[in-house]
Design a binder for this molecule. Structure first.
Ligand SMILES: NC(=O)c1ccc[n+]([C@@H]2O[C@H](COP(=O)([O-])OP(=O)(O)OC[C@H]3O[C@@H](n4cnc5c(N)ncnc54)[C@H](O)[C@@H]3O)[C@@H](O)[C@H]2O)c1
Length: 276
């Protein structure tokens, strides 16, 4: 059986975790082989290769897309739409982690690109629960409302473009919570590009970026990010809550997002595919 050549763009917490899975998971390594990596910081690429104990080519993004069959983007929302576009135009399989960056595409252009390619676009659920049920509702016209309420510690929101025009919240006591943003998923992904990949995956799976409602709350909570989702339609109401611990290698990334990416990668290469 021919093995899929896999290339990883972005050699940080998620890229390294996925590289490890590709090497260690026996079933996966039977079907896929890590063949090259890419990072804007060559030291990060070398660090990943040292951690997995492999000598592999460190190449540019176009070279990864050209030489690999399955491309993983785990780098930055600023490049995810161009990586997805290049991969799909070349009929490759591509797994995008910086899903928020995909909303840069007008929604219809993304759909048109997907319709034309024989490649595949994978977007993991990330740090939320409920995407499987949301996808199931696509078979009806009865999906009415999709809402996301995200609560993050103040420090996780630092550096977001939103605070170039709005004051950064200051809390007097440890108990305080503050609503800092209310809008749709498109606005949320522009204002908080590094924080709100979950809004993007909900949009793509549900009503689209303009109709997916997002609230972002800041709190003095230590450690966890909370995502509460409410989906309403003819089928009833779906409510989910995840309280996410940070990933050991990157406190800005939820550990569940890494587990979700690993599960998506395994599912791409397995025969038994559970869930919607
Ligand atoms: N879908 C989700 O639920 C979800 C959850 C967490 C993180 N993410 C996204 O996944 C991405 C990776 O997360 P992480 O925790 O591994 O981050 P990280 O900071 O640990 O690693 C990112 C790596 O990408 C590299 N990089 C950054 N910009 C690049 C560019 N333009 N070209 C090539 N390499 C570049 C960095 O040098 C770094 O090595 C981020 O964009 C993050 O927003 C998605």
């Amino acid at each position: 059986m021919r093995k899929f050549k896999v290339g990883i763009i972005g050699c940080g917490a998620i890229g390294t975790a996925l590289a490890r899975v590709l090497i260690r998971d026996r079933k996966l390594s039977f079907r896929a082989v890590l063949s090259a990596v890419s990072d804007k910081d060559p030291k990060q690429a070398e660090k990943l290769l040292a951690r997995i104990g492999k000598k592999l080519p460190v190449v540019s993004i176009p070279a990864i897309v050209k030489h690999c069959d399955f491309i993983i983007e785990a780098a930055h929302p600023g490049i995810s739409s161009s990586v997805a576009s290049l991969a799909l135009k070349n009929n490759k399989y591509v797994l995008i982690m910086s899903v928020g960056g995909l909303l840069k595409f007008p929604f219809n252009r993304l759909k048109a690109l997907i319709a034309k390619t024989s490649g595949r676009l994978y977007c993991p659920s990330g740090a939320i629960a409920g995407v499987d049920a949301l996808l199931a509702t696509q078979t009806t016209k009865g999906l009415r409302r999709v809402r996301l309420k995200t609560t993050k510690p103040l420090r996780a929101l630092k550096g977001a473009p939103y605070f170039e025009k709005h004051p950064f919240p200051v809390f007097k006591s440890g108990e305080e919570k503050k609503l800092i943003f209310r809008g749709n998923a498109l606005q949320a992904s522009r204002a908080f590009p590094q924080n709100i990949n979950v809004a993007a995956i909900l949009s793509l799976a549900g009503l689209g970026p303009q109709k997916t409602e997002v609230e972002i709350w800041a709190a003095q909570i230590a450690g966890t990010n909370r995502h509460e989702i409410c989906i309403e339609g003819d089928f009833g109401t779906i409510r989910t809550t995840t309280d996410n611990f940070p990933a050991p290698d990157n406190p800005k990334t939820s550990y569940l997002a890494i587990l979700s990416a690993e599960a998506t990668l395994r599912k791409a290469f397995t025969t038994l595919r559970l869930g919607t």
